[in-house]
Design a protein around this ligand. Structure first.
Ligand code: GAP
Length: 450
C-alpha cells in the first residue's frame, strides 16, 4: 500500500466540509446514496472557480481550442464504436459469506468486512466466487415504454461527444489542424469500489480536451500537453513536491492509447500518490472507429496541400471533483498562532479558487461601525463574493474564515469611522495592512488575480 509522508487528513476534511457547507452526502436524510455527494454553498463556488480556471486556460486564453457542451445521452452505437460496451469492464468477485463485492484485481487494496485485518479471500470464512466481467456503464431507456425503447447509456467519459462533433466544430469554426475541442461535463461510472470521499464516485465531472494533430507530430504534442497540464496544477497552488508523473507501462495502457501519463497528487496517508489527470496519445483510434461504425468520413481536409487524413488525438482528461479534493487536501493545515493558546485550522486555498474572497467585520456593533462595514461589504460584492460578520469575538471570526479559506479579512473599527481607513488581514501571513476603505477594492483585485 502506498504510504505518504503527508498526514491523512481525509476524516477531518469530510467533517469540515459538512460542518461548513462544502460537501454533503447525497440524500443524507434517507441514509445516504452510495458514494454520491452534493456540493453545498461553499463547495459549489470552489468547484466552479476551478472549472472557470480550466476553461479560461484551455479555451478562452487560446486561439487553437474551441469549447463544446455535448449531451450526456448519445446514440448507443457510440459506445460500441468507442469500445466501452465490450471492454469497459472490471473483474468482480462476490463473497458468499459477507455478501461483499470486490474488484478481483484490487483485492490487496480492500479489507474483509468481517475481518478488517485481512484482505478479502484471506480470512477462514471467506468464500469468493469466480471473477466475472462487470460493465461500468449505467444503462437506461430512451422513450416512454421500457420494453420497446432503446437502451442508452449515461456517458462514462465526455470525450466521445467531442469525437462525434469533430467535423461540426472544425467546419463551423474553420480551425486548422492542429487544434483542440474542450468540454466540461458530468460522467457516470458504476464503480465497484468507489470511495475516499469525492476521490472515486459514481457520478463526477470531467474537464476534457481533445487536440487533433497531424499523424507524426503526435508525440511532440503529447510532450507539450504533459508539461502544460502539470504547470496548470502548479499554478492552482498544488505543492510541486506533491505532484508527479506516472507513465503507463505497456500492460497499463488503455485499448485506445499509444502512450499515456498520469499526473498524480499525493493525497497523504495510505492513499498517497493517485491519478488526478490523464494525458493520452490516442492516435486515430477514436475517429477511425466512429468512421467505421457511422459510415461517415471524419477526415480533415488540408486545403493548401489538397490532402485528406484522419488526425491523431492527444487528450487531456482531468476530474473536477478529484482536483477539488486535491486542492482541499493540499490546503488543509492545523497550526499554532503566536500569542494565542488556541491553534487554528486553515484551508490555504489559492485565492483565485477560494469561495469567499474577503470577509468584512464591524469590530463592535456600536458607533457607526456596522453601518460602515455593511456599506463596504455591499460595494465589494459588485466584484467579489464577500461575507459580512459582526457576531462573536474578532478572534473567533478570524478562525471561522481561516477554516473555510477566506484569503482576506477586513475590519472596521473606531478609527475607521473617524478617518475612513480599515485593516486588511492576510490569511496566510497574518500580516495586517491599514488602508483607506476606498482602496480596498483595488487592493483585493491586485492580490486575487493570477
Ligand atoms: N477520456 C479518458 C478518461 O476518461 P480516465 O483516466 O478514465 O480517462 C480521467 O479518467 C479522469 O477522470 C481521472 O484522472 C479522474 O480525475 C477522473 N475520474 C475518473 N473516474 C472517476 C471517478 N469514478 N470519480 C471521480 N473522478 C473520476
Amino acid at each position: 500500500m502506498p504510504t505518504s509522508t503527508y498526514p491523512d487528513v481525509m476524516d477531518k476534511l469530510v467533517s469540515l466540509c459538512k460542518r461548513r457547507g462544502y460537501i454533503f452526502q447525497s440524500s443524507e436524510i434517507y441514509g445516504g446514496a452510495g458514494s454520491v455527494w452534493d456540493y453545498g454553498p461553499l463547495g459549489v463556488e470552489l468547484k466552479k472557480n476551478l472549472k472557470d480556471r480550466w476553461w479560461h486556460a484551455m479555451v478562452r486564453a487560446r486561439e487553437d481550442i474551441e469549447g463544446l457542451d455535448a449531451a450526456i445521452l448519445m446514440h448507443p452505437r457510440v459506445w460500441e464504436a468507442s469500445g466501452h460496451v465490450a471492454g469497459f469492464v472490471d473483474p468482480l468477485v462476490d463473497c458468499r459469506t459477507c455478501k461483499g463485492r470486490f474488484r478481483a484485481d484490487k483485492l490487496e487494496d480492500a479489507r474483509c468486512p468481517q475481518k478488517p485485518s485481512k484482505h478479502p479471500g484471506e480470512a477462514e470464512q471467506c468464500q469468493l466466487t469466480e471473477a466475472r466481467q462487470f460493465n461500468l456503464m449505467f444503462k437506461t431507456f430512451m422513450g416512454p415504454v421500457e420494453e420497446t425503447a432503446a437502451t442508452v447509456y449515461l456517458r462514462p467519459e465526455t470525450a466521445q461527444g467531442i469525437y462525434v462533433n469533430f467535423l461540426n466544430v472544425q467546419q463551423s469554426t474553420r480551425q486548422k489542424v492542429p487544434f483542440g475541442i474542450a468540454q466540461i461535463g458530468k460522467a457516470f461510472r458504476n464503480e465497484i469500489t468507489p470511495g475516499n470521499f469525492i476521490f472515486r464516485t459514481r457520478e463526477f465531472e470531467q474537464m476534457e480536451m481533445q487536440f487533433f494533430v497531424e499523424p507524426g507530430t503526435d508525440m511532440e504534442w503529447f510532450e507539450y500537453w504533459k508539461a502544460e497540464r502539470m504547470a496548470w496544477h502548479q499554478r492552482l497552488g498544488l505543492a510541486p513536491e506533491r505532484l508527479e508523473y506516472h507513465q503507463h507501462t505497456a500492460g497499463e495502457l488503455a485499448h485506445y492509447a499509444r502512450a499515456a501519463f498520469d499526473i498524480q497528487f499525493d493525497f497523504g496517508g495510505t492513499l498517497g500518490f493517485q491519478e488526478i489527470e490523464g494525458v493520452h496519445n490516442r492516435g486515430d483510434f477514436d475517429l477511425t472507429q466512429h468512421q467505421q461504425y457511422s459510415g461517415k468520413k471524419l477526415e480533415y481536409y488540408n486545403q493548401v496541400e489538397n490532402r485528406r487524413y484522419v488526425p491523431y488525438v492527444v487528450e487531456t482528461s482531468v476530474g473536477a471533483d478529484r482536483v477539488t479534493l486535491a486542492a482541499l487536501v493540499n490546503g488543509y493545515r492545523e497550526e499554532s498562532v503566536p500569542g494565542e493558546e488556541e491553534g487554528r485550522v486553515v484551508l490555504g486555498l489559492h485565492p483565485s479558487i477560494a469561495p469567499v474572497k474577503a470577509a468584512v467585520f464591524a469590530l463592535t456593533k456600536k458607533e457607526g461601525m456596522p453601518e460602515m462595514a455593511r456599506k463596504l461589504a455591499t460595494e465589494l460584492r459588485a466584484d467579489f463574493p464577500v461575507d459580512y460578520d459582526e457576531t462573536g469575538s474578532i478572534g473567533k471570526r478570524y478562525r471561522r474564515q481561516d477554516e473555510v479559506g477566506t484569503p482576506f479579512c477586513i475590519t472596521v473599527d473606531g478609527d475607521s469611522v473617524a478617518d475612513g481607513t480599515v485593516t486588511v488581514r492576510d490569511r496566510d501571513t497574518l500580516k495586517q495592512d491599514r488602508i483607506a476603505a476606498t482602496a480596498v477594492r483595488a487592493y483585493l483585485a491586485d492580490r486575487l488575480n493570477g
